[in-house]
Structure formats: structure tokens, C-alpha cells
Design a protein around this ligand. Structure first.
Ligand code: PHE
Ligand code: NA
Length: 452
């Protein structure tokens, strides 16, 4: 028991914005959004996506920040504070912390791959190699369980090193260092892309509005992504909100974070697809894009040695600011609810997440024949459960709670007092009727799609 340490607080507004944007900006911005935008009608999809951010992403982000800032507690403690010790709503808090735990366990395995690729880029491993050889390198890593466990360990250790420093001296300080570097790296890659031969084609791919490619499925895709991309439903934004003072401008902060997240996804798309098109390759998504296509592209263009280093540093930093937020959401629970000190809480969780992540690192090698859900390997199974089921369920619970069960209208109004009154009315209407309906539809579609 150690309750003598004062609870963490952000020292500056920009520090909080950068930390929350750090959580939001992750692999989703780089390997998912640009591709789905290009495939689903470019500019037409971007418009739909902005609409989904407005009706799903922002209302939930505002709700999570409100819960955190009002209660000044972790995600479980927040519901205890609001509804009492016996309230079933505490399960919603628990559920979101559990989601953070599960996601951290395998997100850091993928993040570990990015470390490996920073290392390979530094060594010039892609220079002068054939496309087949470069694709083989990724296959080699995926087949090498030991190597992946080491990288996974290294990434958890990096996150631990930051989170153990606390809210101000750890997370805020490192967000203020890592995020500007991330912006700088992205800007360099973007300029390089816009000067390359594929610039026009990438602008066309990402922005030319083709409404014929916009289907109901693309709308669902946009809604699901608006949710994942802002790191909602994972106790993160509640926890980060709890380190704000009560009078903060919650709506303003949410808008800034969503804007940064969207801008970075768009710029990353242009930076990546311009060089992909410049060498005549096809756009792609996911690990294939990042670990196969991109290194092949950089093996073919001038300055590729340096560009590869910049690119893999960029995604490693994007992943790191996300893993620290996942870790903090759980650490806050142990500190606030269980009275642990930060050192013990962070170390224990890091070790647990490392151990639970090991089967994910071994999914495509030693455990290759283990398929817990359908024909999916362990890694894909756990990702499916967490991102397709747990996140929408958690988001649905948050919006229903804040819209219908958080009865104290005065408290809610007070949390948005920095904005004009119509903002509150609009937000409240959304979170009651529109947002839960939209998330329920996403959840239904995901369940159907997974075929379970
Ligand atoms: N928001 C991150 C992205 O867009 C993903 C993420 C999910 C980060 C969960 C942290 C926690 O890539
Ligand atoms: Na994101």
C-alpha cells in the first residue's frame, strides 16, 4: 500500500494533446486508413470518414474524457465513483481495462517487428536486394519465434521505461519528444513522395472522389475505423482524461486530437503510395505493405537507405506512443484501485503482458498449427476478439452509460462548460441516439463478417 504519491496530472495542455494524439496515431493510420480510403472511392470515402468521426468517434472521445476528468480516476474507479461499489457498470470499466491488456500483449509483438526493421534498415539490409529476397526477409522473421520474442520483450521494456516515469515526467515528457520527431519524419517522407514520379497518382488514389466505389460496406468500414483509430473503448482516453483538471476544454481537445489523427493518416497515405506508384507497384494494407512493399520500394529508389531508416523509425515511434497509453490505462487501475505504487504496478503489468504476448509471437512458427477460432492462428484470433468484439462492445457501453444512465445532467454540463451551450445539446443528442445505434450496427456487421 502506498497512497502517499499525489495523483498524476498533465503539466501543459499541449502535453496532454500530444500524449492523446500519440495514442491515436498508430499502425491504423499508416497501414489501414490510406488503403481503405483508396479502395473505397478516395475523396468520397474521406468525406464519409469525416462524417463517421463526427457522429461516432468524437462523441465517444468526449464522453471518455468527461468521465475521466469528472471522476479523476482510472476506468474502473470512475464507475465506482459515479455509480457506487455495487454497480454493474463497474464491469464496463473492467472490460475496457481487459481490452487494453489483451491488445497490448499482441500490439507490442507487431511493434517489435518495427524495431527489427529499424535495425535492418540501419544495416542497409534492403539495399541492392531483389524483391523476392526482401519478401523472404519478412517470412524469415515471422518464422523465427525466438527473434520475435526478443523484439516483443524489447518493445515492452521501452514502454515500461517511459510509463514508470509517471504521467508528467514519463508519458508527457516523452510525448513531447517523440511526437514532434514523428511529425518531422513524416514531413520528410511526404516531401520526398511529392517530389517523386508517383505524386499525382497517389493524390488521385487518396482524394479523387469516386462515388461508385462507395458501398454500404465502405461506410461500415469507416465507422469501425473511426473508433479504433482514436483508441476508444480501451480505458485509455478515460485515464488520460483523469489527468486533466476539471475546467479543461474537452471538446476543443477532442477536435484537435481527431484532426491530428486524420491529417497524419492522409499525409502518411500520400507519402507511402506516391513512392509505391513511382516504382510501379500496387497499393496494399497491413503488414504486407509495411514489411514487404515498402522495403522493396526503398531498395529501388535513390536515397532509399535513408528513407527506409526514417520510415521504420516513424512507425516504431507511432507504435511506442500507442503502447505506453495501453500500459498506462492498466497501471492507473492498479495504482488507484489497488493502492500499488507506480513502480510495482508498471513492472508487474509489463511482465504479465510480455508473457501473455508470447503465444502471439509464436503464432506463425512453433504454434503455427494451433487455430483457436476457425482457421485463424492464435494472433489473428486474439486480434479478432479484441478489435472486432471487445472494442465495439466497450464503446457501446460507454455511449449508453453516458447518454442514458449518467443521470446528473448538471455534472455533464459542467464538464463541457468551456464550450457554448449548443455544443452540449448536440453532443448529448448524438451520444443518446446516433452513436449507440451506429456502434451497434458496426458490432453486428463485425460479428457476421467473422463467421463465428
Ligand atoms: N489508435 C491506434 C491506431 O490507429 C491503434 C491503437 C489501438 C492504439 C489501441 C492503442 C490502443 O493505430
Ligand atoms: Na489512429
Amino acid at each position: 500500500m502506498n497512497n502517499v504519491q499525489p495523483r498524476g496530472q498533465w503539466a501543459t495542455r499541449i502535453g496532454f494533446i500530444l500524449a492523446a494524439a500519440g495514442s491515436a496515431v498508430g499502425l491504423g493510420n499508416i497501414w489501414k486508413f490510406p488503403y481503405i480510403a483508396g479502395q473505397n472511392g478516395g475523396g468520397a470515402f474521406v468525406l464519409v470518414y469525416l462524417f463517421c468521426i463526427a457522429i461516432v468517434g468524437l462523441p465517444i472521445m468526449i464522453s471518455e474524457l468527461m468521465i475521466g476528468a469528472h471522476t479523476q480516476k482510472d476506468a474502473v474507479g470512475a464507475f465506482t465513483f459515479l455509480e457506487g461499489k455495487r454497480s454493474p457498470w463497474r464491469l464496463a470499466g473492467w472490460f475496457s481495462v481487459a481490452a487494453a491488456f489483451i491488445i497490448l500483449s499482441y500490439y507490442s509483438v507487431v511493434a517489435g517487428w518495427t524495431l527489427e526493421y529499424v535495425w535492418r534498415a540501419l544495416q542497409g539490409a534492403f539495399v541492392g536486394q531483389s524483391p523476392e529476397a526482401i519478401e523472404g526477409m519478412f517470412g524469415g522473421l515471422i518464422g523465427d519465434g525466438t527473434r520475435q520474442v526478443i523484439c516483443h520483450f524489447a518493445f515492452i521494456a521501452l514502454s515500461l521505461g517511459i510509463v514508470i516515469g509517471g504521467v508528467h515526467k514519463g508519458i508527457e515528457r516523452w510525448s513531447k519528444i517523440l511526437m514532434p520527431i514523428l511529425f518531422g519524419l513524416l514531413l520528410l517522407l511526404f516531401i520526398n513522395g511529392m517530389l517523386s514520379a508517383g505524386a499525382a497518382e497517389s493524390l488521385h488514389f487518396m482524394f479523387y472522389p469516386d462515388f461508385s466505389k462507395l458501398t454500404p460496406v465502405s461506410v461500415l468500414e469507416a465507422m469501425g475505423h473511426s473508433f479504433y483509430t482514436l483508441s476508444l473503448g480501451m480505458a485509455i482516453i478515460v485515464t488520460y482524461g483523469s489527468y486533466l483538471s476539471k475546467g479543461s476544454n474537452i471538446v476543443g481537445a477532442s477536435l484537435r486530437v481527431a484532426l491530428l489523427d486524420t491529417a497524419i493518416a492522409l499525409i502518411a497515405g500520400l507519402a507511402i503510395f506516391s513512392v509505391v506508384f513511382a516504382v510501379g507497384m500496387q497499393p496494399a494494407a497491413g503488414p504486407g505493405l509495411v514489411f514487404k512493399t515498402i522495403p522493396i520500394v526503398f531498395s529501388k529508389i535513390p536515397g532509399g537507405y535513408f528513407l527506409a531508416i526514417l520510415f521504420f523509425l516513424l512507425i516504431a515511434f507511432a507504435a511506442l506512443t500507442s503502447t505506453i497509453s495501453l500500459m498506462e490505462a492498466q497501471v492507473a487501475y492498479l495504482i488507484d484501485e489497488r493502492g500499488w505504487n507506480r513502480k510495482a504496478a508498471t513492472t508487474t503489468l509489463a511482465i504479465l503482458c510480455f508473457i501473455v504476448g508470447i503465444p502471439s509471437a509464436l503464432s506463425y512458427n512453433m504454434l503455427g498449427s494451433w487455430t483457436p477460432l476457425g482457421d485463424r492462428a492464435f494472433f489473428d484470433s486474439i486480434d479478432l476478439v479484441a478489435s472486432n468484439y471487445m472494442l465495439p462492445i466497450s464503446g457501446l457501453l460507454i455511449s449508453i452509460y453516458v447518454g442514458w444512465f449518467w443521470k446528473n445532467e448538471q455534472d455533464k454540463k459542467e464538464m463541457l462548460a468551456a464550450s457554448p451551450a449548443w455544443v452540449y445539446s448536440l453532443w448529448h443528442f448524438m451520444i443518446r441516439y446516433i452513436t449507440p445505434l451506429a456502434v451497434a450496427i458496426v458490432l453486428y456487421a463485425k460479428v457476421k463478417e467473422s463467421g463465428l
